[in-house]
Design a protein around this ligand. Structure first.
Ligand code: DX5
Ligand code: ZN
Length: 229
């Protein structure tokens, strides 16, 4: 049982050739709830990363659920391949989906959890009409494309705005925050209302061994209180 809130580990900045060792460290902690796979097409964002094959290989080496974050201009053709690769959830960008309701419904039809990611400039109100088919909202707290960027502080208010919008929804919708999260700013992101923190470079690019970096987050979560929603 993972601690509440959840830490979702972005492997964007991990050394992919030593990922297998990292996976066993991640599985030993209670603070990690999932692996966050940043899929980039070099068009929607100025970076190119990985595809369904990496998700499939990861799936074969971890029991942690894998959540794909599609930073691509045309996510629809990728939904089935990532579902077949074994991911548990797919988040698409609101800005990349002219038929967002249909895209989210397709993710559900594939048996996966459906998430919507919002770039920093995109208002939360753009989600109002699709909340019935959303399981999680990903608030980008950096401009997407690269790990290791600085947290955009204005996003704290955006998280609070989203929490107000989600008040009273018939189903719980998770609020995840993605980008620039460190053990130092995690408390205020959690206080703003985040249920899940996506963390990359402060685990992998940090000078601490992975287990030590995870400990600092576990400490933060313990201090905030391991409260269920
Ligand atoms: C950025 C990605 C994030 C990023 C998180 O476009 O969506 O998931 O990799 O990495 P850090 O924690 O380094 O900002
Ligand atoms: Zn991401």
């Amino acid at each position: 049982m993972t601690l509440f809130p959840e830490l979702s580990v972005s492997i964007l900045d991990a050394d992919l050739l030593s990922l297998k060792d990292s996976l066993s460290v991640l599985e030993k902690t209670r603070v990690v709830g999932s692996i966050h796979l940043d899929v980039m097409d070099g068009h929607f964002v100025p970076n190119l990363t990985l595809g369904p094959k990496v998700a499939k290989d990861l799936k074969a080496h971890t029991s942690l659920p894998i959540s794909a974050h599609l930073m691509v201009s045309n996510p629809d053709p990728l939904l089935e391949p990532f579902a077949q690769a074994g991911v548990s959830a797919i988040s698409v960008h609101q800005e990349a989906c002219p038929h967002l309701h249909r895209t989210l419904s397709t993710i559900h039809a594939l048996g996966l959890k459906a998430g919507v990611a919002l770039n920093p400039a995109t208002p939360v109100c753009t989600l109002e009409e699709v909340l019935p088919v959303v399981d999680s909202v990903l608030i980008m707290s950096v401009n997407p494309g690269f790990g290791g960027q600085g947290f955009i502080p204005e996003m704290l208010e955006k998280i609070q705005k989203l929490k107000r919008l989600l008040k009273g929804t018939p189903r719980p919708i998770r609020v995840a925050v993605d980008g620039g999260i460190k053990a130092t700013n995690a408390p205020e992101v959690l206080k703003a209302g985040a249920d899940a923190l996506i963390v990359g470079s402060s685990l992998f690019a940090a000078n601490l061994p992975l287990a030590g970096a995870l400990e600092t987050f576990e400490e933060v979560f313990r201090r905030i209180g391991n409260h269920e929603p």
